[in-house]
Design a protein around this ligand. Structure first.
Ligand code: FPP
Length: 243
C-alpha cells in the first residue's frame, strides 16, 4: 500500500461534537486532543514523513472570546504535557502561522519546544496556529519583494520553485493526502499553494470521533487513487515503467 509522505488535516467538528452532547464547545476541543495524539503516533509508526495539523486559523480569532482563550490555554497545556514525549519519539515539531497575535507566553513555549526538537530525525510535525493560506502567500511575496528591492534577488529568478521556498512549509514536500473531518468539502484557507495536487479525503466523522479505523480508511482511500499531476493515464503508466 502506498503511504502518503505528507498528510495535512483540518480537524473539524469539535463544536458539533460538544453541542450534540449538551456540552460547551470547549469540551469538544479538549476531546480533540486524543485523535491528535493518535494521528501523530500512527504517522510516525507508518513512516509518514510529515504531518501538518490545522489547529487555529486566521479567521478563528473572530470566534467568541471565551472560546479563543480556552483554545489558547489548551495549546499551552498540550505543549507542556506532550513536549517530552514528542522529543523522546524524535518528532520535529514546528508551528506555522502569524505568531504576533499570540500571547508572549505561548510564543515562548512554541519557540522553546521548536528549539528542543529542531535536530530530531523523526516525523516532521507542523501545527498551524493563527495560520491562513492567504497570509502565507502574502508573507512569501513580501519576503521576495524585499529581496528584489534590496538587490539581492533578480526579478527573473522568481519562479514557482523559488516562490514555494518562502512559504511556511518551504522545506517540506507538498502534502500527498489532505483529510478533512466533519463532512465539509472546503479548504478553508488552509495550505492554498501546497494543496495544488493533493488528494482530498473528506470524512464524515467529527474530529473527536476520528479514530484508528477512520485514519486507516483515509490511507486506504489514498492508496487507491490514481495521481496524474495533469498528465494522461498513459503518460503516468509509461513513466512508472521507465522509473
Ligand atoms: C474546528 O472545529 C477545530 C478547531 C478550531 C480547534 C482544533 C483544536 C484541537 C483539535 C485541539 C487540539 C489541538 C492540538 C494541536 C493540541 P470547530 O470548532 O470548527 O467545530 P464545528 O465545525 O463543529 O463548530
Amino acid at each position: 500500500m502506498t503511504t502518503p509522505q505528507h498528510i495535512a488535516i483540518i480537524m473539524d467538528g469539535n463544536g458539533r461534537w460538544a453541542e450534540a452532547r449538551g456540552l460547551p464547545r470547549h469540551a469538544g476541543h479538549q476531546e480533540g486532543v486524543r485523535p491528535v495524539r493518535m494521528c501523530i503516533e500512527e504517522s510516525a509508526r507508518r513512516g509518514v514523513g510529515a504531518l501538518t495539523l490545522f489547529a487555529f486559523s486566521s479567521e478563528n480569532w473572530q470566534r467568541p472570546a471565551v472560546e479563543v482563550s480556552s483554545l489558547m490555554q489548551l495549546f499551552l497545556d498540550a505543549i507542556d504535557r506532550e513536549v517530552d514525549d514528542l522529543h523522546e519519539n524524535k518528532v520535529r515539531l514546528r508551528f506555522i502561522g502569524d505568531r504576533r497575535s499570540l500571547s508572549v507566553k505561548l510564543q515562548a513555549r512554541m519557540a522553546a519546544s521548536e528549539e528542543l526538537m529542531a535536530a530530531n530525525p523523526g516525523l516532521r510535525l507542523q501545527v498551524a496556529v493563527s495560520y491562513g493560506g492567504r497570509w502565507d502567500i502574502v508573507q512569501a511575496a513580501r519576503r521576495l519583494a524585499a529581496a528584489v528591492a534590496s538587490g539581492s534577488l533578480a526579478l527573473d529568478a522568481i519562479d514557482e520553485t523559488r516562490f514555494a521556498r518562502e512559504l511556511a512549509l518551504g522545506d517540506v514536500p507538498d502534502p500527498d493526502l489532505f483529510i478533512r473531518t466533519g463532512g465539509d468539502h472546503r479548504i478553508s484557507n488552509f495550505l492554498l499553494w501546497n494543496l495544488a495536487y493533493t488528494e482530498i479525503h473528506v470524512c464524515e466523522s467529527l474530529w473527536p470521533d476520528f479514530d484508528l479505523a477512520a485514519f486507516d480508511a483515509a490511507l486506504e482511500a489514498f492508496a487507491n487513487r490514481e495521481r496524474r499531476f495533469g498528465l494522461t493515464r498513459q503518460q503516468v503508466e509509461e513513466r512508472a515503467r521507465s522509473a
